[in-house]
Design a binder for this molecule. Sequence first.
Ligand code: SF4
Ligand code: FES
Length: 235
Amino acid sequence: MVNIVINGRKEKAKEGATILEVAREKKLDIPTLCYHKDLSPFGACRLCTVEVKTNGKWQMVPSCNTPVENGMEIATDSEKVLENRKAVAEMLYYRYPETEAVREMAERLGVDVFSEKGEEHDCILCGLCVRTCKEIVGVSALSFEDRGPERDLEEPRIGFDPNACIGCGSCAFVCPTGFVTMEAVDDKRIIWNKVFQMTECAVCGKYFAPEDQLKYISRTTGVPFAKLTTCNNCR
Ligand code: SF4
Ligand code: FES
């Protein structure tokens, strides 16, 4: 355990934990858009910024990827922190004014928003889908495509590898803006414009998982494919 001072209170915190983890444990509210507790931190949105005193000087750091240190002083809600977060939210809102998750966050942080609801689903490059696909699913079908000398891209964007994707839908589930959509049409699932054949449950007959996902599970676990054709409810 390490000793810290957070918002003027002396506290103990788990060594190696990030400031965000410690703050959440102590029920302190820090907004985030690119953080997920089960994924490695990415530091993209900068909404989680807090002030930290090191060597007698206060400085702004992203709380999601800064570990606590013994003797650290942290301010999660100082005037400077709140102003900084509002400015970050304002910039995001300026860039994606019609995206509901961004509009909601901006409004929450005191930005004057000019619509009651956002109707768009822009990709804000939070990287949650890329990290989920790599770190939880383990297939790395998604990646960042940056502007580069060989690429004809105006903006960075998420790249999709149809040969690696197994159609599990985790990216659609985790995407905070609804940019990633997953459609069910009869016995097919469509995601990132790729069409997957769904598997019928051997007991109840419901379509429950893409064949490619079951084949992947079979390959990585050694369980025969034939043993995976029953849905969770019927198992
Ligand atoms: S597609 Fe969604 S989850 Fe992926 S980077 Fe864009 S906003 Fe984030
Ligand atoms: S949550 Fe920390 S930078 Fe996005």
